[in-house]
Design a protein around this ligand. Structure first.
Ligand code: G6P
Ligand code: MG
Length: 220
């Protein structure tokens, strides 16, 4: 039985994934490291500092700890320039409607994001009050694929992990949900998110009845 739904933020509720990519791409260019959209899949759901490590590994570069902090901060400034300009119309189609529908039916909702910028993004999108619980990069110590972010969300909602459904667009995020013992619906490409229980292209036209149908199919 579904008692709670946990949502990743970037790439699930809002298309900030493109801004993250552009900002990392700019930094990688500066460092002389080639960085593709395919490489970028590895960064989704991953914390800021770990993302930088992945890029440095791709380019086989090393930096001092001070330099790393400086570059991560620089990336975040480029990213924030976009976020400050973001408006509520950048919510991904159907996401807000779906969340409002499931809330009406008594299902609890939480945010489970690795982003330290989550509070600002929710504010820009005018959805700070939509979630029953918010767990973001400011509260977690273990990055996805560690299940910490989703386990904290479930515990804040007082729902057992087996009664939770996670919506995720990142490989690391799908793994985190599965590591938490939760059902995971991938948002995006089924080939990339092969570990998810089901994959949907997005929330456009996706209703609570569709979610329930996915589970009924599983029981056949
Ligand atoms: C999300 C995104 C990642 C990003 C991470 C940290 O999980 O998918 O691409 O690196 O959050 O975001 P932050 O806003 O704290 O840099
Ligand atoms: Mg994401």
């Amino acid at each position: 039985k579904i008692k709670a739904c946990l949502f990743d933020l970037d790439g699930v509720i809002v298309d900030t994934a493109k801004y993250h990519f552009l900002a990392w791409k700019k930094l990688a260019d500066e460092l002389g490291i080639s960085f593709s959209e395919e490489n970028n899949e590895l960064l989704k759901g991953v914390s800021r500092m770990q993302s930088l490590e992945i890029i440095l590994n791709l380019g086989k570069k090393t930096l001092t700890d001070d330099e790393k902090l400086r570059f991560a901060d620089k990336k975040n400034q480029v990213y924030l320039d976009q976020i400050y300009r973001m408006k509520a119309d950048e919510l991904l189609p159907g996401a807000k409607e779906f969340i409002e529908e499931i809330k009406q039916s008594g299902i609890k909702v939480a945010l489970g994001s690795a982003s330290k910028n989550a509070p600002l993004i929710l504010q820009q999108l005018e959805i700070e009050d939509m979630f029953d619980a918010i767990v973001d990069g400011n509260e977690v110590t273990e990055a996805k694929p560690d299940p910490e972010v989703f386990l904290k969300g479930a515990s804040a909602l007082q729902v057992e992990p087996q009664n939770c459904v996670v919506f995720e667009d990142a490989i690391a995020g799908v793994e985190a949900a599965k590591n938490a013992g939760m059902v995971c619906i991938g948002i995006g490409d089924p080939a990339t998110l092969s570990q998810a229980d089901h994959v949907i292209p997005g929330f456009e036209g996706f209703r609570l009845s569709n979610l329930i149908n996915l589970f009924e199919d599983d029981n056949e």
